[in-house]
Design a binder for this molecule. Structure first.
Ligand SMILES: C[S@@+](CC[C@H](N)C(=O)[O-])C[C@H]1O[C@@H](n2cnc3c(N)ncnc32)[C@H](O)[C@@H]1O
Length: 375
């Protein structure tokens, strides 16, 4: 049955490719009412793909110039908004028209301008705005996408930003080297924690160890949702120090701690019955990732669990975030790769985990959860 389905799909895909690549099909489709709709949709999607890098730049400028903030309390006259921008009037108008077309902004009446639906979402999400701003570096690296794909790792902007990615001694990184990426991770963590907490029940556990836990935002959010749970952040020493201050400021000093070290080479703190790896595994090449998983397995007791949450590649399911965005991103960063849930499952089996369960999550960032049990 499966073979028959695969053969049918293969025949359909060949027919579709031959048809869509034939110019006379498009001439005919332009006249045929229903086909015209489908053909137009694909053509439009194709144009958006070609133009996506321009749309991202418009988005970047809107965020950089803090345009959305000016509209937080309601629409303003177009002339006032235009005059507030550090641009000549014609340039300002091109920017505003582009942002309206991209639904970041919206015309209100004849002369006023307010937030568009996408702008409103962005205004509510400082993490997303911080991500947009840091894309300036990714964009610079993508000036030469072939060099990125060839793995010419040194000197990329993202490689410098994520200081641990190419460092032989990440444990020695100082406050300056970790501050910027740690702040970005922290400000974008709330949307991630919400999705993970929704998909996994932490209240069944006693003590959580969040490996590569950054400034502790994930632990703070989980402890807020599970009043009896204790939490420990493990990260590079300079990051762990930042986490300790955040845990204390959040009022969790009695239930939470932070430990510094290198998760590939150092033993991990014992005593946790659940370990989390949130947006961590994909940052690392296969060999250090395997060592990390073995290290976690050694720190967990019987009945312990490991929860991995990160964007993964869902091949064949139209997944662009895992495959296209993170594929290119991690190549530019010079370390790691997005994996399929099946690859992660295999690595977990090799590290000595017995059972593995895969769960998708819902939320703005497509995260997959892989949950492994010691036995
Ligand atoms: C992409 S960030 C994710 C942070 C956090 N889990 C989150 O989702 O916000 C990866 C984290 O792993 C930490 N890290 C990287 N290599 C490490 C190593 N060898 N030992 C300990 N921590 C490491 C980094 O300092 C960083 O905080």
């Amino acid at each position: 049955m499966r073979d028959a389905w695969r053969a049918w799909r293969d025949r359909w895909a060949r027919w579709r490719d031959a048809t869509l690549s034939n110019p006379s099909f498009h001439a005919w489709a332009a006249q045929a009412p229903i086909v015209r709709l489908f053909a137009r949709r694909e053509a439009r999607a194709m144009f958006d793909l070609c133009a996506g890098f321009v749309y991202s730049q418009v988005l970047g400028v809107i965020v950089r110039l803090d345009v959305l903030e000016q509209l937080r309390h309601g629409p303003v006259p177009m002339t006032r908004l235009r005059a507030s921008l550090p641009l000549p009037p014609e340039g300002a108008q091109v920017l505003l028209d582009a942002a309206i077309a991209l639904r970041l902004l919206e015309l209100r009446g004849r002369d006023a301008i307010g937030l568009g639906p996408r702008g409103a979402v962005l205004l509510a999400n400082p993490g997303l705005r911080a991500m947009v701003l840091h894309h300036e570096m990714f964009y610079a690296d993508l000036q030469d996408p072939l060099a990125v794909l060839r793995g010419e790792r040194h000197g990329t902007r993202l490689g410098q930003y994520w200081a641990y990615a190419q460092s032989a001694t990440p444990g020695a990184l100082d406050e300056d080297a970790v501050a910027r990426y740690s702040a970005l991770m922290s400000v974008s963590q709330d949307m991630v924690s919400q999705a993970v907490i929704h998909a996994y029940d932490f209240t069944r556990h006693r003590r959580l160890l969040d490996i590569g836990g950054g400034e502790g935002r994930f632990v703070i959010n989980v402890l807020d949702s599970a009043p009896a749970l204790e939490g420990v952040v493990f990260d590079l020493p300079a990051v762990a120090a930042r986490a300790l201050a955040r845990l204390e400021a959040a009022g969790h000093a009695a239930r939470a701690d932070s430990v510094g070290g290198n998760f590939v080479t150092d033993a991990l703190p014992a005593g946790a019955d659940v370990v989390t790896l949130v947006r961590v595994l994909h940052d690392h090449d296969d060999e250090p990732a395997r060592r990390l998983l073995r290290n976690i397995r050694a720190a967990l007791p019987d009945g312990g669990r490991l929860v991995i949450a990160e964007p993964m590649i869902e091949r064949g399911r139209g997944d662009v975030v895992g495959a296209a965005y993170f594929g290119m991103y991690l190549k530019a960063m010079g370390s790691g790769r997005p994996r399929t849930p099946e690859e992660v499952r295999r690595m977990l089996g090799e590290a000595g985990f017995a059972q593995v369960d895969v769960r998708p999550t819902s939320g703005p960032l497509p995260l997959t959860l892989v949950i492994a049990s010691v036995n």
